[in-house]
Design a protein around this ligand. Structure first.
Ligand code: ATP
Length: 133
């Protein structure tokens, strides 16, 4: 299968930069599988998993929201955060999940429900990805 270049960029680092055979991301309209030669596109991404395929092997990372851009056979994912399973501190993710659930349960007028929902989603996603080996 042909390769193309994938960069995954976060505010902290260039998380990933290498040749890949395919990348699958979760766009706002569902999964988007990108192969070499795909028509240019720039589209928002949801909190979820990015699946990177190299030499027939798949790696999965957790990402926050962001966007993916396909231009001139180069794919760039820009996201607020990205972690491989081994990078994830499970206890931290569980605490973040509990904190967000409590905020959603104790709904008060001044609480930012949408923020708590996003925090919950990020935490659940990290817990799921941490279990992928
Ligand atoms: P928390 O409340 O635990 O900070 P969060 O969802 O608000 O969670 P983010 O704002 O998404 O955290 O991420 C901030 C930074 O911390 C990013 O660099 C992200 O990769 C890292 N990070 C967040 N949660 C974890 C985790 N459970 N394990 C490892 N790194 C994490």
């Amino acid at each position: 299968m042909s390769n193309f270049h994938l960069d995954i960029v976060t505010p902290d680092n260039l998380f990933f930069s290498d040749k890949v055979e395919m990348v699958i991301v979760r766009g706002i309209d569902g999964d988007l599988a990108v192969l070499k030669g795909r028509a240019p596109i720039t589209t928002p991404l949801r909190i979820g998993k990015v699946r990177v395929f190299q030499e027939g092997k798949e790696r999965v990372a957790a990402i926050s929201d962001g966007y993916v851009s396909v231009q001139d056979d180069k794919v760039t994912i820009v996201t607020e955060s990205a972690e491989w399973p081994d990078d994830i501190d499970i206890e931290r993710a569980k605490s973040a999940k509990e904190r967000a659930e409590k905020r959603l349960k104790d709904r008060r007028d001044n609480i930012d429900i949408h923020r708590a929902e996003l925090a919950l989603h990020r935490a659940i996603n990290r817990i799921e990805v941490s279990q992928i080996k």
